[in-house]
Every structure is written in C-alpha cells, then in structure tokens.
Design a protein around this ligand. Structure first.
Ligand code: DGY
Length: 319
C-alpha cells in the first residue's frame, strides 16, 4: 500500500522532518516562504495531507478550490484563525492543531515582553550597544516593578495558565477573565472576573491569551484601553487582531499606557511601522513558540495527529 503523501510548506525542525520522511512521502516547499492560495490548491491534488503553519491561509475561497485528494490539514500551530473550520469540515477535511506543547515557550516570551517593556529594555539595549552610554543618574530609565503588581490575563487556556504560574514566581497578583471559571486547583488563587471590563480596571499589566475569532477582533479598542489603570502595560503574544493598533498607539502617545510588549501584529510579517519610533513598545516578530524544544514538540504533535488519522483512529487534536 503506498504511503500517504504529505505537503510541508515551511521549514519545520530537523527532528520533525526526519520523522515525517521516515513515515510519509514528503513534499517540502524548498524556499520556506508562506504557501500561497494557488500553491495550496495545486498541492491538494498531489498530497493526502498537509502540515501548514499559521502562515498558510485556508479561507473559504481556498477551501472551495481544494482537490478531494486532500484528507487532513494537520496544523503546526495552536491557533487556527488562518483556517475556515466550517468550510474545511463541510469538505470532509479533518483539521487538527497543536495545543499544550507551546504554552510554556509562549508564556516565557510574554514574561520577557512584560519585563522588557516595564524596564525600558529596548532603550537600554540601544544606548549601550550604540556606544552612546555616557550618563547615569538615579532618575535614568526608571521603570515599573512587576513584583506585587496586578497581572490581568485574558484567556486562561494553556498559555494563560503557564503565564500565571511564572508570574506567581514574581509575586504578582493574578486576575483573569475567561469564558468559564477554572476549578480551584487550576485557579490556584487567581481572581476570576466574569466581566472583562472588571478585569481591565485592576490590571497594572494586561496579557492577552485568547484566540482570534470574529468576536475578539479589536478586543482592546480605545474604550477598553481607557479602562486600564493609567501607566498600565499591555502584552500581546496571541494574535495581532486582538488589538486596535491605532488606539494602542494613541494610548502610548498620551501616556495612558506606560508601555507595551508585542509579539503579534495585525500585519504579519511586517508589523506596524507607526510603532517604530516608540521605544516603550517592545516588539518581537511572532516568535512566541520559537524554541528548539517547542518546535520539535509542535512538529511531533502534528505527526501524531497524522499517524492516528492514517491508522483509522481519531486524531488526538481533531477540531
Ligand atoms: C501558534 O501556534 O498559533 C503560534 O502562533 C505559532 O504559529
């Protein structure tokens, strides 16, 4: 019986590619650029499965053109906002993601952004690196302390809970908003806010960890940013669409927000050029899950899902 053919558009970890090649006939897109709509459609006639990243868009327009040969889209991402799930399901195509395995890496990056934004990491690095450090004063680069501060977390899935564990190590007081209240053992003393606005008013730091859906698009708009305490710091390592970037820039310019730490932007790749002149916005290029261990774990999870599917079992992360 011929082995299933799997299209892998992006350069996954070496361990992932080695395992994929061991078990499947792999077609690898050799330039590591995002798969275009036409490439996705063309490859659906040559592959039984695909392992895309969040950079490959499976909108309804693309899904309608897919060849019936394609049976499963095993995403190498936890986020699935790049996929029109109802459209894929209506074509009988299974869709999976990679929950859990990237929670710690992404929470580490959120913590880094929080600390870096709070302590002027971008400015400090620039001053020292440029050779321009010729001054010191007790009033120099004075930041905001996280110890004892209130951290608001929007979305208490795997990443949000991991961030809460890490932030407890910094003696932060954890508050959260989630669709459902967590059981006490998972809550671990965190304070639940059924109402997002109630969370905002107590968040000295606010970190976003909810999925991007039509309901969360522009979640942090001018009105909600205004509800944060003056001098608050916003962190987004989830999806760019959660934040109204024009409103964020206005809040930074007015000083209502002291700083922000962003790993995600409305436009990716690229980011938002209007943020560039503001060193109190610390920015990273969507690399929350980019550690060696996590890239392997994401790739292996995608392959576990394919293995189950082609063995006739329910994939563990079937959506
Ligand atoms: C995810 O898994 O959703 C991350 O954003 C990386 O794609």
């Amino acid at each position: 019986m011929p082995r299933p053919v799997v299209w892998i558009p992006r350069r996954l970890s070496e361990a992932t590619l080695a395992r994929a090649r061991r078990d499947y006939d792999v077609i690898l897109k050799d330039d590591d650029s995002p798969g275009t709509a036409d490439e996705i459609v063309a490859m659906s006639a040559r592959a039984d499965a695909m392992i895309p990243c969040h950079s490959e868009r499976f909108g309804a327009d693309v899904v309608a053109r897919l060849d019936p040969r394609l049976k499963i889209v095993a995403n190498h991402s936890v986020g699935t906002d790049h996929c029109d799930l109802p459209a894929l399901r209506s074509r009988g195509i299974a869709v999976t993601n990679t929950p859990g395995v990237l929670s710690d890496a992404t929470a580490e990056l959120a913590m880094m952004l929080m600390l870096g934004a709070a302590r002027h990491a971008v400015t400090g690095d620039r001053i020292v690196r440029s050779g321009g450090w010729d001054f010191w004063s007790p009033a120099f680069l004075v930041g905001k302390q996280v110890t004892g501060a209130r951290l608001g977390i929007v979305g208490m899935g795997g990443v949000g809970r991991s961030l809460a564990r890490k932030a407890r190590g910094f003696d932060m007081e954890i508050h959260y908003h989630n669709r459902r209240r967590l059981p006490p053992d998972e809550e671990a003393g965190a304070i639940f806010h059924a109402d997002l606005d109630s969370l905002l008013t107590v968040s000295d730091f606010l970190s976003l960890h909810c999925p991007a859906t039509p309901a969360t698009e522009g979640l942090m708009n001018a009105d909600r940013l205004a509800r944060l305490p003056r001098g608050a710091i916003l962190v987004n390592a989830a999806r760019g669409s959660l934040v109204d970037e024009t409103a964020l820039l206005a809040a930074i310019k007015s000083g209502h927000l002291a700083a922000a730490g962003l790993d995600c932007f409305v436009t990716e790749p690229g980011g938002n050029p209007t943020f560039a002149g503001h060193e109190n916005i610390m920015m990273m290029p969507h690399v929350g899950s980019a550690t060696v261990r996590t890239r392997d774990a994401m790739g292996f999870k995608a392959l576990d899902n394919l293995d189950a599917f082609f063995a006739g079992r329910r994939p563990p992360d079937l959506l």
